[in-house]
Design a protein. Structure first.
Length: 317
């Protein structure tokens, strides 16, 4: 059998950044969180301005093109309408009741269309990170010039409303491009949260500096997982509120057990999409979930920028 080398080589890919990680075999006894806490829990709250949404989104990921120009305002009304009129305020009140500071991943479009939402998040003391200008237009589909425009426009839009620029960036669910990290560093960003290749933060070398990468490991630790909730409008055999709480508690306990067994702290990402889980039949489950986290003496609860600064100052000097 003859194999065409060019056909194989076409799939070859090497990530074009040098990462500064602590090797797995060297982590025991070397990595510590403040006060020797064995578990870090960071709360991530995406708040998105969708703009035009073309359905069905799932077809885009699988390569289908035929539905991309079909506008779906029903889909839009849940993620953007309900999310920004109702659910965001439940999320802010929920976090306040439990004295939790979170990182809100915010679309730049909020600065233009819903500045009052950004102002309330900021007034509550939460970190605001950039999350592209429109949720429905991701970096992986942009040219470099378009992505630069998106970063600049989003950064300026947020800064004009809250009086300070965001220092962190998380791309929309559509994904990052390999150039994204270089562009973010060039535009003054301190951390990014788009990759999934570690349990703990690390540095991405940018000349003599590093962009802190905070891996987005949320396969079992976000509200989509707890409730077995699909994308908006997608029906599944979903979990009840009590089942979701049990699912979360079991996951949380496993993180702590892993930290004890391996001898270094673990990092958990708790993702709350307000339009998904800050609804009447689910908000009670979130109350119990956050109470469970806050009731543990073993938890450090940083925002993303607090985590990034700690990691850079401690392990990337």
């Amino acid at each position: 059998m003859t194999i065409n080398p060019s056909a194989i080589d076409a799939y070859e890919y090497v990530f074009p950044y040098e990462n500064v990680k602590i090797p797995f075999r060297e982590r025991k006894g070397k990595i510590k969180f403040p006060d020797n806490k064995p578990l870090g829990v960071k709360f991530c709250v995406p708040i998105e301005w969708w703009a035009r949404v073309f359905q069905p989104k799932v077809y885009h990921a699988s390569g289908g093109k035929e539905a991309e120009q079909i506008m779906d305002v029903s889909y839009l009304s849940e993620g953007q309408g309900y999310g920004l009129d109702i659910a965001i305020y439940r999320a802010i009140d929920l976090l306040a009741r439990h004295d939790v500071k979170a990182t809100f991943m915010c679309s730049g479009g909020l600065g233009k269309y819903r500045p009052e939402v950004l102002k309330e998040i900021h007034a509550a003391g939460h970190e605001i990170a950039g999350h592209s200008f429109y949720q429905s237009r991701g970096a992986a589909r942009m040219t470099e010039a378009e992505e630069v425009e998106d970063i600049v426009r989003t950064t300026d839009s947020i800064a004009q409303v809250i009086g300070e620029r965001p220092l962190g960036w998380d791309c929309t669910g559509i994904g990052a491009h390999e150039r994204t990290f270089r562009l973010l560093h060039e535009h003054g960003y301190y951390w990014n949260g788009d990759l999934r290749d570690d349990d703990l933060p690390y540095g991405m070398k940018m000349g003599d500096d590093c962009l802190v990468q905070i891996p987005h490991r949320s396969r079992t630790t976000g509200d989509y997982s707890w409730f077995n909730h699909g994308l908006m409008g997608e029906m599944r055999a979903q979990r009840s509120a009590s089942e979701a709480v049990d699912f979360f508690m079991d996951t949380f306990d496993n993180y702590l057990e892993t930290a004890e067994r391996e001898g270094w702290p673990q990092l958990m990402t708790v993702v709350i999409h307000p339009y998904t889980s800050c609804i009447p039949e689910r908000i009670g489950a979130l109350e119990k979930i956050i109470r469970y986290v806050k009731g543990s003496p073993d938890v450090w609860n940083p925002t993303y920028i607090e985590l990034a600064r700690y990691w850079k100052e401690t392990y990337l000097k």
